[in-house]
Design a binder for this molecule. Structure first.
Ligand code: HEC
Length: 152
């Protein structure tokens, strides 16, 4: 008789554990689903900045040099080769041997805004920087990390 009761309790315990587990799973899935529209929005907002924003500079936008939303490679008016940004997300943070320093994607984007666009770079952690980094990283979605890799 005792055995049957404790067996019964075990069954209840196990059922409760399974229920709790699936409830937690459902919560997790809901959380991920809720986060994705925000991610999608950050990517889209980043693309809009990439194509239209001049950052108060000389009138160019990122896309003036980085063609096709950044996936195409091109040439600047001064004939320097402009890399495609399609793998930037995989090669940053980038180790720069000359400076013995790691350059983040944020710093690289700030350099491009200040140097190439002659504009005021968005601050590290700002909404604009978050959107640009998210957009540029999205271009490399699914590609493996490539420490020391070259721009495509
Ligand atoms: C006047 C042309 C020009 C404009 C405008 C420009 N860039 Fe660049 N960008 C370059 C050149 C040239 C390079 C490659 C040389 C270098 O690494 O500095 C480069 C490199 C980069 C890289 C590093 C690529 C890699 O994989 O190593 C990123 C990221 C980047 N640009 C992002 C941007 C973003 C974002 C904007 C707009 C805010 C922008 N650039 C605007 C010319 C430009």
């Amino acid at each position: 008789m005792r055995l049957v009761i404790s067996h019964g309790r075990k069954t209840i315990g196990l059922t409760a554990a399974i229920f709790l587990n699936s409830a937690l799973c459902a919560l997790g899935i809901q959380h991920a689903a809720a986060a994705e529209p925000q991610l999608e929005k950050a990517i889209q907002d980043g693309k809009t900045l990439f194509v239209h924003e001049t950052f108060g500079g000389s009138g160019m936008t990122c896309e003036s040099c980085h063609l096709n939303g950044g996936v195409g490679s091109g040439q600047s008016p001064k004939r320097s080769t402009i890399p495609s940004l399609s793998n930037s997300g995989t090669i940053y943070p980038r180790f720069e041997a000359k400076k013995n320093k790691v350059i983040t994607l944020e710093e690289k984007i700030q350099n491009c805004v200040a140097g190439a666009l002659r504009g005021k770079p968005p601050a590290y952690g700002s909404e604009q920087m978050t959107q640009l980094v998210t957009y540029v990283t999205s271009l490399a979605q699914g590609k493996p990390l490539n420490l020391g890799g070259k721009p495509e």
